[in-house]
Ligand binder design. Structure first.
Ligand code: HEC
Length: 243
C-alpha cells in the first residue's frame, strides 16, 4: 500500500512541462499506427483551440492498463488516459474524450468502413475487491476532521460541505475513484494546503497555505481509504461531471 502510494505520488508530482503548443500525448506504436490519434487530435484542437500532439515525452499518456481513466476500447485492450490533473489543458482533453463529442469521434474512426475502437467500454469488474489495511472507523473521523469542512463525507456532515465541492459519494462514482483518493494530495486543489508527513514537502515558509492546512499521515490516508471503501456510491443517473 505504502509503496503504491509513493509510486503514485512520483507519477503525479513529476515535473510535467507542457509545451507552448499544448500538452503532448504519448502512446504505444500500435495505437500510433492505427491512425486513431490523427483522427481525434485535430478535432479536439479545432473544438478547443488547444493543440495536443503525439509526443513520446508526454506529459499525457494513453496506456493499455491502469492507472488512468478508461477512455476507449480497441486492439484487444481498454485504453487508459493518464493526465496531470493540475493542468487545465490536460483536464479539458480528458473531459472532451470522455464526453459525448469525444466518444462519438472515437466511434466514427472507421478507416475501412468498420469501427476499430469503441468508447462504449466494458471495464471488467475488479476480480478481487481491493482491501485496505486501514481502520474504517478511524478513517471516518479523519475524513470528518481533514476533509469534512469542504466535502460531504456522508450523512455525518450532509449539511456542512461546500456546495461546489463534490461529495465523497460523487467522487466514488467517478472512474478510478481509488486512484483519485489515494493521490488526492497531488490533485487540485489540495496541493496548496495539504502536507502528508514523510510524503509531501513541508510548506514553503515564504508561501504559507492560503487556508487552514490539512496535515495528516499516510496512516490517516490508509484509514480514509478504508472508510471510503465502505460508503455507498452516489447514483447520479447517466452523466457524471466532476464540476
Ligand atoms: C479546502 C477544501 C477541501 C478540503 C479540506 C479537501 N478537499 Fe478534496 N476537493 C476540494 C475541491 C474544491 C475539489 C474539486 C476539485 C475540482 O472540481 O477540480 C476536491 C476534489 C477532491 C477529489 C477528486 C479529485 C479529482 O481530481 O478527481 C478527491 C479524491 C478529494 N477531493 C479528496 C479529499 C480528501 C480525501 C480530503 C481530506 C483528507 C479532501 N479532499 C480535503 C476541496 C477540498
Amino acid at each position: 500500500m505504502l509503496r503504491k502510494l509513493v509510486v503514485l505520488a512520483a507519477f503525479c508530482l513529476a515535473p510535467m512541462g507542457a509545451s507552448a503548443d499544448g500538452p503532448g500525448l504519448a502512446a504505444p506504436p500500435e495505437l500510433q499506427d492505427s491512425g486513431l490519434l490523427k483522427h481525434i487530435l485535430p478535432r479536439f484542437s479545432l473544438k478547443t483551440g488547444i493543440r495536443v500532439t503525439a509526443d513520446d515525452a508526454g506529459p499525457m499518456a494513453l496506456a493499455d492498463s491502469a492507472p488512468g481513466t478508461p477512455v476507449f476500447q480497441g486492439l484487444g485492450t481498454v485504453w487508459h488516459l493518464r493526465i496531470d490533473a493540475g493542468d487545465p489543458a490536460q483536464q479539458r482533453f480528458l473531459e472532451w474524450l470522455t464526453g459525448d463529442i469525444g466518444r462519438r469521434t472515437v466511434d466514427s474512426f472507421q478507416p475501412d468502413g468498420t469501427p476499430v475502437f469503441t468508447a462504449a467500454i466494458k471495464v471488467e469488474a475488479e476480480v478481487a475487491e481491493l482491501e485496505y489495511d486501514g481502520d474504517p472507523v478511524a478513517g471516518e473521523k479523519a475524513s470528518l476532521v481533514h476533509c469534512g469542512r469542504c466535502h460531504v463525507i456522508g450523512p455525518q456532515n450532509a449539511m456542512n460541505g461546500i456546495g461546489s465541492t463534490p461529495s465523497f459519494a460523487v467522487i466514488k462514482a467517478l472512474p478510478e475513484w481509488e486512484y483519485r483518493f489515494q493521490a488526492f494530495y497531488a490533485l487540485r486543489p489540495h496541493g496548496a494546503f495539504t502536507v502528508i508527513e514523510d510524503l509531501t514537502p513541508a510548506f514553503d515558509p515564504e508561501r504559507p497555505p492560503p487556508i487552514v492546512p490539512v496535515e495528516m499521515t499516510l496512516d490517516d490516508l490508509d484509514d480514509v481509504m478504508a472508510y471510503v471503501a465502505t460508503i455507498p456510491v452516489a447514483d447520479l443517473g447517466a452523466a457524471i461531471q466532476l464540476q
